[in-house]
Design a protein around this ligand. Structure first.
Ligand code: SF4
Length: 333
């Protein structure tokens, strides 16, 4: 919901300022699925609000999943669609949100990339994915956010920042910066701008290869920002923030050789705050071939040999195409 428009509307009705605060509080509580349910407002005001506003800018088309992972297809006001995922494991309920409809970056392992770019999401459309889940799971609530859904968040910069402000604000969703993570395919100049924001929000880089030629072939953005430039931006981040920087590395049959492990070790040893997350690749139609269990094991042995610390992520939601790189509104659900 556009809160500026709401404020203007309430002013035009000559309502006192506390009404605005009351409605905003209701809106962010996740308790209400419609204005009609806000019984602390007069019937007349509820009717007027229903006529003039939609509580959420997204509406549910379909949801699939189980207790640990759910994925929803959401319709936007212009009939475009996005997907959003809820993961309920460990100690916080995590929402994986989209930042764009489709994506222009066309990473070869990603279903969203295959859709092409349609448009940026507004800040409200980003925030409302979280509110959608809060409404659905009330009285539980989302405690952690990852920007790993559809789109490259750093290419929707202004709306991303506006959404983060609402997500983080005590008057908004009040989710602490350390509970928010943004993943970028490596938009180096935005990594520097992000660093300069001086925020506690976590950053992850989709790395997937440190062989420039191979990385270009699976992530076309690597032609615009090569590995040297990316590493420079990453060093700027860790040196200025003193925060860990996470590198995502999806394991394929083409990036798990001993040479790859050695190159990766060199890259990661550039700074003690560089940390590696290995991800078993999720198969996407026409995409890359996941490394076999044996290839994964061997690669991890090489990394151990070269003194690289890493974590191996569990892959969630594969059976619902809800895992990383699998969100695409034209091919799934
Ligand atoms: S992995 Fe991310 S950046 Fe790459 S195409 Fe998919 S959504 Fe875009």
């Amino acid at each position: 919901m556009d809160l500026n428009q709401l404020k203007t509307f309430l002013d035009s009705q000559n309502l006192p300022p506390f009404r605005f605060r009351q409605i905003v509080k209701n809106y962010f509580s996740g308790r209400y699925a419609s204005f009609d349910q806000m019984t602390d407002l007069s019937l007349d005001l509820r009717a007027k609000l229903s006529q003039n506003f939609s509580l959420l800018s997204v509406s549910e088309t379909k949801t699939v999943g189980d207790n640990s992972v759910q994925k929803s297809l959401l319709k936007l006001s212009d009939n475009q669609s996005i997907e959003t995922v809820l993961m309920d494991y460990e100690d916080w309920i995590t929402a994986c949100v989209s930042s764009q409809v489709g994506c222009a970056l066309n990473c070869q392992f990603c279903a969203t990339g295959k859709m092409g770019f349609k448009r940026n999401l507004t800040a409200d459309e980003i925030v409302d994915q979280i509110l959608f889940w809060n409404q659905k799971i009330f009285p539980q609530f989302v405690g952690r956010i990852v920007f790993m859904g559809m789109g490259e968040p750093f290419l929707n910069w202004d709306n991303l920042l506006a959404a983060l402000e609402i997500i983080n604000s005590p008057d908004g969703l009040n989710i602490g910066a350390r509970k928010i993570s943004i993943s970028t395919a490596g938009v180096a100049d935005k990594i520097i701008e992000f660093t300069n924001l001086d925020t506690q929000i976590n950053l992850a880089i989709s790395l997937h290869s440190v062989n420039q030629k191979y990385r270009e072939s699976i992530m076309p953005i690597a032609r615009q920002y090569n590995l040297d430039e990316l590493k420079k931006a990453c060093l700027y981040y860790v040196n200025h923030t003193n925060r860990q920087l996470f590198f995502e590395y999806a394991l394929t049959d083409k990036n798990t050789s001993q040479t790859d492990a050695k190159l990766l070790a060199n890259f990661l040893h550039s700074h003690r705050l560089f940390f590696l997350n290995l991800i078993p690749l999720n198969p996407v139609d026409g995409g890359l071939t996941p490394a076999t269990k044996d290839q994964q094991k061997l690669f991890m042995n090489y990394l151990n040999q070269y003194g690289v610390e890493y974590s191996l992520r569990k892959s969630f939601g594969q059976s619902y195409s809800a895992a990383c790189g699998q969100l695409a509104t034209e091919t799934s659900i």
